[in-house]
Ligand binder design. Structure first.
Ligand code: LRH
Length: 470
């Protein structure tokens, strides 16, 4: 039909959003349906996501649409985290947060004892201490009975799709973030898991985002009463959905998906599994339609979010104004591991880093925010340089999608540090990419047709690199 309607459910590390995206011949209409906080819960047994509360909000959001003519529903969330289910599909343990310290030291052990290059050659995934691989090893170390009891492992969006449909499958884009999906076979790397002493009987079949549909569970369908709905999993890794929503032209573009994390990368047809890519710790995550998301995680706005929390949730615009007026102090390495864990001492951690490195310490809020944003931009500059050298691409445009596209000083500093024209927007790229991927299935579009549709609506803001004064 001329008009199709897609419900995108996007869970990020700090909030969830549900939107109804209507696709018409002349463009897209985005209607926000429900927005809610995602607040992790600290317990004596570790840091957990509140899955039950998230599910409650998903159903509450869908209820607001009940009876309407919706064509499809799809969920995306952050990567790497998972649930283990027993033979009755009961949750064994909750879903741990990837920032839970339970993985401390595990990645390093695998790197030393098994060998990093050996792992990288198999899957081309960047070494991050919280990858599913190391989380599973921590379960094996601390609670091995859970792995024996488990019948199914579901990644977070797969769990939500299971609760919506009753179907247990793993969507490919998010499966690639586990660090045990084989780069050339495209299947679970059972050999790697066996080498590391991990079972794999609980790994479901892999499906492609945007390429399949499942009926809504009967009881939900009865309650929600959508006349002709299907659940169409999109690229369920939020970053995969965000990349779909890059309003790209031609070949020579890179992106920053800028939210809690900054994912700095480019779209490729084939993975780069070279020693250079390995040394620079680039990842070859998978995107929709067989694409490769060649990118690197940069710590992102997380550092700012945690500083703000320590300042009693100060107003962001106020903070940017203070940063604009503040003096420059030392920049710092945003990717230092010390910034990964949650903590109200984030400003103090930054100050300690600067002291240790003999720099000028930021003291006021404005100075801290300025140092965070400028240090992020500097790191983007470095990653873009490495991106070009490891892929041989000559980049011309850098798209910023996600919340960070709102932050003008960050966009401008990023243009200056990378020397690339920055195109900022859409700010709700993940939601749009999720909905567009559902539309690809429902309407039979290709990825480039989806992006053409997006470009009818999105006019990015342009930031030109400042000319260096010599
Ligand atoms: C961003 C993101 C990122 C992952 C991280 C765990 O939300 O999905 O791509 O590395 O969360």
């Amino acid at each position: 039909s001329a008009e199709t309607r897609h419900v995108a459910i996007d869970l990020g590390a700090s909030s969830g959003k549900i939107a109804l995206v209507t696709v018409r011949p002349d463009g897209l209409e985005v209607q926000e349906i429900h927005r809610f906080d995602n607040i992790p819960v600290e317990t004596p047994q570790g840091l957990y996501w509140n899955m039950l509360s998230l599910w409650k909000d998903i159903v509450a959001g869908l209820r607001k649409l009940s009876g309407q003519n919706i064509h499809s529903i799809g969920v995306d969330t952050w990567a790497v985290d998972f649930a283990l289910l027993d033979e009755h599909d009961l949750l064994l343990d909750g879903v741990h947060h990837y920032r839970d310290p339970r993985t401390n030291g595990i990645m390093e052990r695998v790197q030393d004892e098994y060998g990093s290059w050996k792992v990288y050659q198999r899957n081309g995934i960047q070494f991050l201490p919280f990858n599913t691989l190391y989380q599973l090893l921590s379960v094996k170390q601390d609670h091995p009975q859970l792995l024996t009891q488990a019948r199914t492992l579901l990644m977070v969006p797969d769990l939500l799709h299971f609760w919506l449909t009753g179907v247990k499958k793993t969507e490919r884009t998010n499966a690639s973030t586990t660090q045990f999906l084989h780069a050339s076979t495209g299947q679970w790397d059972t050999l790697l898991l066996e080498d590391l002493g991990l079972p794999h009987h609980f790994l479901p079949q892999i499906t492609e985002g945007g390429e399949g549909a499942f009926p809504l569970r009967e009881d939900l369908q009865q309650e929600l009463n959508f006349p002709s709905v299907k659940v169409v999993p999109p690229g369920t890794h939020d970053t995969a959905s965000a990349v779909v929503a890059v309003p790209a032209e031609g070949e020579n573009w890179a992106y920053i998906s800028s939210g809690t994390w900054s994912l700095v990368g480019t779209e490729l047809e084939h993975p780069v599994l070279t020693e250079e890519a390995f040394e620079r710790n680039f990842t070859n995550e998978l995107g929709v339609s067989g694409t490769v998301r060649y990118l690197k995680n940069v710590m992102g706005l997380w550092i700012l979010q945690e500083c703000r929390r320590s300042w009693g949730h100060a107003d962001y615009l106020e903070l940017y104004r203070e940063a604009d007026e503040a003096r420059d102090t030392s920049l710092f390495d945003v990717d230092d591991r010390r910034f990964l864990a949650p903590g109200l001492d984030m400003p103090a951690r930054i100050q300690t880093w600067c002291k240790e490195h003999g720099g000028e310490v930021p003291t006021t809020r404005g100075e801290v925010v300025r140092a965070v944003l400028r240090s992020l931009a500097r790191q983007y500059g470095q990653v873009i340089k490495d991106l070009q050298s490891t892929t041989g691409k000559t980049l011309q445009q850098l798209h910023i999608v996600g919340g960070g596209a709102h932050i003008e000083p960050l966009c401008q500093w990023t243009a200056n540090e990378t020397g690339l024209t920055v195109l900022a927007g859409p700010t709700d790229g993940t939601l749009l990419g999720n909905a567009l991927t559902q539309a690809m299935f429902v309407r039979g579009w290709s990825l480039s047709e989806a992006r053409e549709k997006l470009k009818q609506n999105i006019k990015p803001r342009v930031f030109t690199p400042a000319v260096l004064q010599v």
